[in-house]
Design a binder for this molecule. Structure first.
Ligand SMILES: NC(=O)c1ccc[n+]([C@@H]2O[C@H](COP(=O)([O-])OP(=O)(O)OC[C@H]3O[C@@H](n4cnc5c(N)ncnc54)[C@H](OP(=O)(O)O)[C@@H]3O)[C@@H](O)[C@H]2O)c1
Length: 360
């Protein structure tokens, strides 16, 4: 397969840094340009990031001297150099919406980590193992935008990347009626490290702006279906969440309670998790975990520090499945928030789109 030329918009940020590491070793994608705000434009990536480099691995040498472009001023220039861009920027929602549409209208597909377009009717929000078929809405979106190649596809919020995959294989057969999830979210999800966020040491902060709404609403779009030129949200299950920030560098944990219309046995749930796979596994996409859902039998697993990097941080870990007195079952799950939950999830979505010919 020819290598696709790729740009990273928001290259200096926490998610952008993850993109640079993942893409520097990617078999299908090659980074040919980087962009961020006007504050970074004109500097090399190394100069622009400075002391903000937050990864444990060093900055890829092929990128450190690449000059950062201005994400808002250099759209045509960037669009002319790449097959598509990844986008992860920290701007106001309406500014991100407009920016991503400008790239799409410049015939440059956008794979986005931002929340701005997640509820745009004809923008697919995809967890590739669960709703790969939603990419078919791109034809309708291209018609609305008047583009041949350009479109926007998004990934969902990092908070739900552990419990939505765990519920997905139980949805059709056993009909999940309601779920409650309390999430314990890592500081990298706020673009922070322990150095830049000392207030989190010895602390738990019971508020993450907008996170509970996203965690309750986005799963319904993922479980929705295409009807004409839109994706129509599912009407169930009913989901309620509380999202807390905890002193963990990477890895969002969720404590989940769930009830069903047809209550499965514990063995049936474990079987459903073990045997669940999707299009990424079928197509053997480069970032697809071989085993998507991994159940730990030990009472003290999964743990963020031990298990977040399972299968390159792209697998989901589950443990402590047991019956509950108020819901049918409860369990704990974990996913890496900047890998599966952000850059890695977006790269997997791009691999799916590449394999299906959307960047041709
Ligand atoms: N961190 C996570 O785990 C996570 C997970 C899922 C989704 N997300 C989403 O991904 C996005 C980025 O998050 P992050 O944690 O990487 O944020 P971050 O570390 O604060 O980085 C923000 C990036 O946006 C760029 N930027 C800011 N203002 C800009 C402007 N006016 N024009 C162009 N670029 C601009 C910054 O460039 P400068 O360096 O030049 O300022 C930087 O590259 C957010 O929408 C976030 O909600 C994050």
């Amino acid at each position: 397969m020819k290598k696709f030329k790729v740009g990273i918009i928001g290259a200096t940020g926490m998610v952008g840094q993850r993109f640079s590491l993942i893409l520097s070793k990617h078999p299908w994608f090659e980074v040919v340009c980087l962009a961020a705000s006007s504050r970074s434009a004109g500097k090399t990536l190394k100069e622009a990031v400075g002391s903000r480099w937050a990864m444990t691995e060093p900055m890829p040498s092929a990128l450190e001297n690449m000059v950062v472009l201005d994400a808002e001023q250099d759209i045509e220039k960037i669009a002319s150099q790449v097959d598509f861009v990844f986008c992860a920027v920290n701007m106001k929602k309406d500014e991100i919406k407009a920016l991503e549409e400008k790239y799409a209208r410049a015939e440059c597909p956008v794979i986005s980590n931002n929340s701005a377009h997640r509820h745009t009717d004809d923008v697919p929000m995809v967890i590739p193992e669960i709703n790969a078929d939603h990419i078919e809405i791109i034809a309708a979106q291209r018609k609305r935008l008047g583009t041949k190649r350009g479109f926007i596809a998004v990934k969902s919020n990092c908070s739900l990347q552990s419990y939505v995959p765990a519920l997905a294989p139980l949805m059709d057969k056993y009909k999940v009626t309601k779920a409650l999830a309390c999430t314990y979210q890592a500081i990298s999800g706020a673009g922070k490290t322990f150095e830049t966020f000392p207030q989190i040491l010895d602390n738990v902060i019971p508020y993450i702006g907008g996170e509970e709404e996203k965690s309750e609403k986005e799963p319904l779009k993922i479980w929705g279906h295409i009807e004409g030129d839109k994706i129509v949200d599912a009407v169930s299950p009913s989901i309620t969440t509380q999202c807390l920030r905890v002193p963990v560098s990477d890895g969002h944990t969720a404590a989940v309670f769930v009830s069903f219309e047809n209550k499965p046995s514990k063995e049936e749930i474990l079987d459903a998790w073990k045997n669940y796979s999707g299009v990424p596994q079928e197509l053997e996409l480069p970032s697809a975990p071989k085993q998507f859902l991994n159940y730990f039998t030990e009472d003290d697993r999964p743990q963020a520090k031990l298990d977040r990097d399972l299968e390159g941080g792209m697998a989901v870990s589950i443990g402590r499945l047991r019956e509950d007195t108020q819901y049918d079952y409860k369990f704990v799950c974990l996913s890496h928030n900047t890998l599966r939950g952000a850059a890695g999830g977006a790269v997997l979505l791009a691999e799916l789109l590449a394999a299906k010919g959307y960047f041709d």
